[in-house]
Design a binder for this molecule. Structure first.
Ligand code: SF4
Length: 87
């Protein structure tokens, strides 16, 4: 797996679309910068076994009980999704 980006970790609190704060070091960091090795992954659809990517920025949730399955976006935060299954 490629290195996690800050924006994909719980260590990151966004300030704007490009920058945020590393909640451990309190330093301002870039959202797309590589996160430290011990950073904690943020549950997102793209890290879920139920996510099926259909395009670069779009997919479907295969755990959906709707017919057809509902759209899911890779960067959608899934902290409250009860169906999230870590890869
Ligand atoms: S189960 Fe939840 S986290 Fe997983 S793809 Fe579906 S909506 Fe996203």
């Amino acid at each position: 797996m490629e290195k996690l980006k800050y924006k994909d970790t719980r260590n990151f609190a966004p300030i704007d679309v490009t920058r945020g704060v590393d909640l451990v070091t309190k330093q301002i960091v870039m959202a797309d910068a590589d996160a430290p090795d011990d950073a904690v992954i943020m549950p997102k659809c793209k890290f879920c076994a139920n996510f099926n990517e259909t395009d670069a920025f779009m997919g479907i949730c295969t755990a959906s009980m709707n017919d057809p399955d509902f759209f899911a976006y890779p960067d959608m935060v899934a902290v409250t999704c009860e169906m999230f299954e870590a890869l």
